[in-house]
Design a protein around this ligand. Structure first.
Ligand code: HAM
Length: 431
């Protein structure tokens, strides 16, 4: 019997997994440089966690089922709702602001295409218990630092849902209607929008943007302040966005402001942002996030401001490949070549010593000839081979070979004392 993978899922053979692991390591070190702490949340949750506040885009694409006890369960489509639930249930006593991050697979029943999968990975951060522009700026800066650590070219767009929601609310539009309108704006659903009376209140913002370092900030602020003058909530939200623009400009972050940005998730209340990369095709958005000040309260916690974002890990990796970000594909530092059966025990002992010094060491297990071991080592760019021969060993020595060729195309090797092998290997690798 032969089985195919379910649609929208992928296998990751070792060569594909390696860059994923290296990318995850880079993101982890940047997240931890901001003192975010890793958490885990379940791969499946009660269905209502996501139908409650996530919005149409998410609820339409849930992997939902009944378990054997008849509970309505779904695979997590994202992790922010789980983090808010976990905070409301058990993390409230921790010192705030609380800085959390996660990395793991998410599930959305979408139509698979390049960059869009049914099982995909996110690396996300949530900053819980911090209101205000400085917290918004920190989360954006965290995303920017990850992208800069990878040396990627990208476009960062910032918006503020308080402006759109404020305009609608100040004209008496219900929260439910606001959410469905913003969902339609995010999907670009012109069929729904074209005949909608309420949409006219915000349609004037659809194409209003400001590019940092290019456009005239004073003019942009004056024009927008005038446009929202009659809606107090929208006016306050724009004042906050203007402050954020000032902070980001001072930090030399390059971005654009898109006043019409809506975002697909319904829980956002304030600043929102997206990162995209040119050349990725239709699925060019590699990260998204924003402020969600009411979600924790909805899940039974106290009113708690929160802001966060998530990288679409798979798309971020595609962007790295597209822009030739170099990943160190070396997996073996030292290959140990036992020449003959009598030296096998000692070859493994040497490998053990090298591993205990932090090196990645592979011992030939196939009983191959030295020539074959050396040829494979050079194919796999292994920088050092330790050759353990019976005659050498009797005399208390082994051979350490530098696989990096000199100008004449030769590999240098030297015979070293058995006891000094680890030092000799270290010296070679650091030379
Ligand atoms: P989101 O925009 O739905 O936000 O997803 C974040 C990123 O996940 C997207 O920008 C995209 O790169 C990636 N992504 C989404 N769907 C797929 C898919 N089917 N295949 C591949 N990649 C995908 C959230 O999920 C929020 N929880 C982010 C957040 C955290 N907001 C506040 N805190």
């Amino acid at each position: 019997m032969k089985f195919e993978r379910p649609r929208g899922t992928r296998d990751f053979p070792p060569d594909d997994m390696l860059p994923r692991q290296l990318l995850a390591d880079t993101l982890r070190s940047v997240f931890e440089s901001y003192c975010y702490r890793r958490i885990g949340v379940p791969a499946f949750e009660h269905l209502e966690l996501f139908t409650e506040k996530s919005g149409q885009e998410i609820t339409e694409n849930l992997y939902a089922f009944q378990d054997k006890s008849g509970r309505r369960i779904c695979l997590r489509p994202e992790a922010t709702a789980s983090v808010a639930r976990m905070y409301a249930n058990e993390l409230m006593h921790l010192r705030k602001p609380l800085k959390l991050y996660y990395f793991g697979p998410m599930y959305r029943y979408e139509r698979p295409q390049k960059g869009r999968y049914r099982e995909f990975w996110q690396t996300g951060a949530e900053l819980v218990g911090a209101a205000g522009v400085e917290a918004d700026a920190e989360v954006i800066q965290l995303a920017v630092d990850c992208l800069d650590a990878l040396d990627l070219d990208y476009r960062l767009s910032v918006g503020h849902l308080g402006i759109l929601r404020g305009l609608l609310a100040d004209h008496g539009v219900s929260e439910e209607k606001q959410t469905s309108l913003l969902g339609a704006v995010d999907r670009g659903d012109t069929e729904i929008l074209k005949d909608d009376e309420d949409y006219r209140l915000i349609s004037c913002f659809q194409d209003v943007s400001y590019a940092s370092g290019v456009d005239d900030l004073g003019q942009f602020v004056t024009d927008t302040t005038t446009a929202v003058a009659s809606a107090p909530r929208a006016k306050d939200a724009f004042a906050e966005l203007s402050e954020l623009i000032g902070v980001l400009e001072k930090r030399n972050v390059s971005f654009s402001v898109e006043l019409g940005m809506a975002r697909g998730l319904a829980y956002y209340t304030g600043m929102v942002f997206e990162v995209s990369v040119d050349g990725l095709g239709a699925q060019s958005q590699i990260a998204g996030g924003g402020r969600y000040d009411c979600l924790i309260e909805t899940f039974g916690g106290p009113p708690t401001p929160a802001v966060g974002f998530a990288f679409g890990f798979d798309r971020l990796l595609d962007a790295c490949f597209l822009q030739d970000v170099a990943f160190d594909r070396r997996i073996i530092d030292v290959a140990v070549a036992p020449i003959g059966d009598v030296v096998r025990f000692e070859a493994h002992a040497i490998a053990g010593e090298l591993r205990s010094r932090g090196l990645r060491v592979d011992v030939d297990l196939a009983g191959r000839k030295l020539k074959a071991i050396l040829s494979q080592a050079s194919q796999e760019a292994v920088p050092c081979v330790v050759i353990v021969g019976a005659k050498d060993l009797k005399e208390g020595s082994v051979t350490v070979r530098d696989m990096r060729l000199d100008a004449e195309g030769n590999a240098a090797q030297r015979v070293v004392n058995r006891e000094a092998v680890a030092d000799a290997v270290y010296e070679l690798l650091n030379s």
